[in-house]
Design a protein around this ligand. Structure first.
Ligand SMILES: NC(=O)c1ccc[n+]([C@@H]2O[C@H](COP(=O)([O-])OP(=O)(O)OC[C@H]3O[C@@H](n4cnc5c(N)ncnc54)[C@H](OP(=O)(O)O)[C@@H]3O)[C@@H](O)[C@H]2O)c1
Length: 334
């Protein structure tokens, strides 16, 4: 047996609402010896993503759900500290899909080398999920054109902030929807989007009607429910609705009603398309090159919401479902 131990969160019980320490439990366990091709990674950052809640649901989803008893799945970046794979030598950084653990065993099917850099958390936040999801969703799925009117829900979160900035760099008029005045102020003042709507204090349908008097060309949907309905109400003819996420329903136990303004799919000749970023890995060389160039040009940045310590991961992930985060939620372990 290996002498190496790791500390990991294990999936223990399906949640009724948000995550609790009954849903996931933290414990020490022994790591197996490395097989040929494997390497051991000391985790520096764990990415917490809204989709984590979907992975522990009993829904029929786009990939295998996490099974009860397994370590909780998550994206990590860290340093290779033991290796039986020449492409991942000791000392390099690597990122990939692994688990909520301080040390993980990986191979080249689930990890890629990650450039070592001073601001590792920032680079990981932009390039791991949020940036690629925004890029593929907006350009490949949404076929964004210059100077369009774009509405983004969940606009002050990780994916939403990336979408807002990418649409602005194409000269678009961008309207963000978020859950507090501070988030709305950040969107307009710090990120230069054209208008922001606080869905907790404003009538979103009315506010969108005022902010998009000529209609919406592209709706980038992260939330669903009433917020999606508000955008559907104001779509222009031939508008596109990109369904990236439906976070307002992730903690619901019963099926939620569909959009009330679904008829506008016909009346406004709309197209609506969902996507899962994991299906677009073939686009990653171009996507990563663009992200790197835009960050370098100062066109793209992502505020981090860093929580220290693996033991705080459950509280940290719940920020996503309560709106407690601004920007990308990361757990820092080193
Ligand atoms: N399709 C894909 O491949 C893919 C990949 C990654 C992410 N996603 C989706 O992208 C969306 C954003 O994910 P993320 O990880 O970047 O999270 P995030 O946007 O950083 O955080 C989630 C935000 O959602 C908002 N929210 C939570 N519950 C809400 C509710 N009931 N109604 C309205 N807003 C609510 C909160 O902001 P407020 O304060 O504004 O409420 C919260 O900060 C999610 O829907 C996720 O599933 C999809």
């Amino acid at each position: 047996m290996s002498k190496h131990t790791a500390i990991s969160w294990f999936f223990n019980e399906r949640p009724n609402d948000v995550f609790t320490t009954e849903t996931l439990t933290l414990r020490e366990h022994t790591l197996t010896d490395l097989l040929e091709g494997q390497f051991r990674v000391k985790t520096h950052y764990l990415s917490l993503d809204a989709t984590n809640r979907v992975w522990v649901s009993d829904w029929d989803i786009y990939m295998d759900p996490v099974r009860i008893g397994d370590p909780m799945r998550g994206f990590v970046v860290g340093k290779v500290i033991e290796s039986r794979n020449a492409k991942f030598p000791v000392g390099i950084f690597a990122s990939g899909m692994a688990s909520w653990s301080n040390q993980v065993i990986g191979d080249e099917t689930s990890f890629t080398p990650f450039p070592a850099q001073e601001n590792l958390g920032q680079a990981f936040a932009v390039t791991s999920i949020a940036g690629p999801t925004a890029h593929v969703g907006l350009h490949h799925i949404g076929e964004l054109q210059d100077n369009e009117t774009v509405v983004v829900s969940g606009a002050a979160g990780a994916v939403g902030l990336m979408v807002c900035q990418m649409a602005k760099r194409k000269g678009c008029r961008v309207i963000g929807i978020a859950g507090s005045d501070d988030k709305c102020r950040m969107l307009t003042e710090d990120f230069g989007i054209d208008a922001a709507i606080n869905y907790k204090t404003q009538d979103v349908t009315e506010a969108l009607g005022e902010a998009c008097s000529d209609g919406i060309d592209l709706c980038f949907e992260n939330v669903g429910g009433d917020i999606l309905d508000a955008s559907l109400t104001h779509m222009r003819d031939f508008g596109r609705v990109v369904i990236c996420g439906l976070i307002s329903s992730y903690t619901e136990k019963d099926p939620v009603p569909g959009p009330y303004m679904f008829r506008n799919i016909i009346m406004r000749l709309l197209s609506m398309r969902g996507f899962v970023i994991l299906d677009y890995m073939d686009l990653m060389p171009k996507v990563q090159a663009d992200l790197g160039a835009w960050v370098k040009a100062g066109e793209l940045r992502l505020p981090l919401h860093v929580v220290d310590g693996l033991e705080n991961a459950v509280d940290a992930v719940n920020l996503l479902y309560t709106g407690g985060n601004t920007g990308k939620v990361l757990v820092r372990m080193v």
